[in-house]
Design a protein around this ligand. Structure first.
Ligand code: NPW
Ligand code: K
Length: 499
């Protein structure tokens, strides 16, 4: 699914008005109807306090007030006055409302007019939407803080007021919504961790904007959805043999971190590679053979960490390196040798990334189309700090293009930057996966897909989606608190079945 900017959404609005055709007032009515239906169905209250600005977001608020009133709800409207007059559609809805004397309408022109609210009401925030073009200050900012001081649920229309759609809002006054009813498509602002306190649960209101616009308009960012994954998925052919699905190598583990090697190797096996081998420290050999008997093993000459390759790296279909390898000098040299020698894309994670970040000259050795899977701290070590999540996303995109690599920046909505400039946000997964070992599982899964012939871009997007889906199924079965990384592996099979 494409993610559009506030400006593109404005263009989509205009395109719909012209090509459906429909008047902008009718479109507002459609939007208000969708919101009202949701509100009536999902809230038990009888009383609603609706705060409106004087743009089209406020116009939505006025139309919602009328529709809720028609649904026999008690409605009170507060209008934040501004120096400029209302938008055309705001004014039209204001005039309609004016004739309904049973709906009290109050103006807020100064702090003295900030209202007290009945304790059982639900607050509807229709102050500012996608038209926000600067930080809220003065009376608008004070009103936002005032609304946030109440304990009642807040339903934001389109955007929590004060939150920018496509840029950082850090430190700004913003409505803290319990639910956000947003029109047609999710917004970039709802995908970044720094905004987590503001939008609550997001619900998409389908207002039938013209499909012709979204089909023809390119978007930089996308949300990975099931239809994209189904288009990537290649069913296994009936007459296939193990040679058709590649030979994956996992280079992982050191003393005390053999578990990382076990998790990656098992995840790699469970994701469908024809053959899986594990290069592990010599002492880990019995452990890996017990925990993953289906895998072959290359024990290192050294007992406690990995030091040398006794194989040709290009003989494998894919190699994933990093989980639990530590940062011993000889391990660093081995990584350098691998980076210099291999002609294929790698999957690099964890300590492989930490070694690269800490050793001058390594970064530029990363082979083209390699997939790196840093969490935010590893990402900062590699590429430097950023002031906010939006800058981090931009930096990931620009580094991906500059270095011709795929960057999967792990987080609640893992962001995958492609070298062609596109970016994919993943929406599967849950907080139960925020535990040691989850990343090792992901490395194994992506390496497995790469071995099977999926492109590096596909392997990253598909692997991250499947990993999150397996995590969601694990959470459903075991609970977020109790689930562990092994449970993600146990649910990979069911995740495949759900595609
Ligand atoms: N997408 C769709 O298809 C549909 C969209 N619809 C709705 O339209 C909404 C967008 O409406 P909108 O463009 O009128 O902008 P909105 O958010 O109401 O802001 C109003 C004005 O506020 C001002 N302003 C900005 N920042 C400010 C600040 N910090 N402090 C003070 N003032 C500030 C700025 O004017 P300025 O002062 O810059 O002249 C701005 O123009 C959208 O969110 C959705 O609810 C639906 O009705 C139908 C279908
Ligand atoms: K709003």
């Amino acid at each position: 699914m494409k993610l559009f900017s506030a400006e593109q959404i404005r263009q989509w609005d205009a395109f719909t008005i012209k090509n459906e055709p429909v008047s902008s007032l009718e479109l507002m009515e459609r939007a208000a109807n969708a919101c009202t239906r949701w509100i009536v169905k999902n809230t038990l209250a009888d009383s609603y306090c609706i705060f409106c600005g004087k743009g089209n977001n406020g116009g939505d608020g006025l139309a919602i007030a009328r529709l809720l009133y028609n649904a026999n709800k008690t409605v009170t409207v507060f209008i934040l006055e501004s120096a400029t007059g209302g938008s055309d559609d705001f004014n039209s809805n204001f005039n309609i409302l004016h004739h309904l004397s049973a709906i009290p309408v109050y103006s807020i022109r100064s702090e003295k007019e900030l209202p007290q609210l009945p304790p059982d009401c639900i607050i509807i925030d229709a102050l500012f939407g996608t038209g926000l073009n600067r930080r809220l200050t003065g009376l608008a900012a004070t009103l936002v803080e005032h609304i946030n001081s109440f304990r009642m649920p807040v339903i934001a229309i389109d955007m929590p007021s004060g939150l920018f759609c496509d840029q950082s809002s850090l430190g700004n006054p913003i409505i803290k919504a319990s639910h956000t009813l947003t029109f047609q498509v999710p917004k970039l602002a709802f995908l970044v961790a720094e905004n987590a306190d503001f939008f609550g649960q997001v619900h998409i209101m389908d207002i039938n904007l013209h499909p012709g616009f979204s089909e023809k308009t390119p978007a930089k960012f996308h949300i990975t959805d099931s239809s994209l994954i189904r288009s990537i998925y290649q069913p296994r052919k009936t007459f296939a043999h193990k040679g058709n699905f590649g030979h994956a190598l996992i280079i992982a583990g050191s003393t005390g971190k053999t578990g990382a090697a076990v998790l990656s190797t098992r995840a790699c096996l469970k994701t469908g590679a024809g053959l899986v081998s594990a290069h592990i420290p010599r002492q880990s050999l019995p452990i890996i053979q017990m925990a993953a008997p289906e895998a072959m093993a290359f024990p290192d000459a050294e007992d406690h960490y990995i030091t040398r390759m006794d194989y040709e790296p290009d003989d494998f279909s894919s190699i994933g390196m990093g989980p639990g390898i530590g940062k011993e000098l000889k391990t660093r040299f081995l990584l350098r040798e691998l980076l210099e020698k291999i002609k294929k894309p790698l999957v690099l994670d964890a300590d492989a990334l930490n070694i690269i970040a800490a050793t001058k000259g390594y970064l530029k050795l990363i082979p083209s189309k390699t997939i790196i899977t840093p969490h935010p701290k590893e990402f900062s070590r590699l590429f430097g700090d950023t002031a906010n999540d939006f800058e981090k996303i931009e930096l990931a995109s620009s580094k991906s293009m500059e270095m011709n690599i795929i960057i999967a920046l792990k987080g609640h909505n893992t962001f995958i930057a492609h070298p062609n400039g596109a970016g994919y946000f993943n929406h599967t997964g849950n907080a139960g996966m925020a535990k040691g070992g989850s990343g090792d599982v992901l490395t194994g899964m992506i390496t497995s897909l790469l071995a099977q012939g999926y492109t590096p871009e596909q392997s990253a997007v598909y692997g991250v989606y499947l990993h999150g889906l397996a995590g969601d199924l694990a959470a459903r079965d075991r609970g977020m608190e109790s689930m562990i990384a092994s449970d993600i592996i146990e649910h990979i099979g069911n995740a495949f079945k759900q595609l």
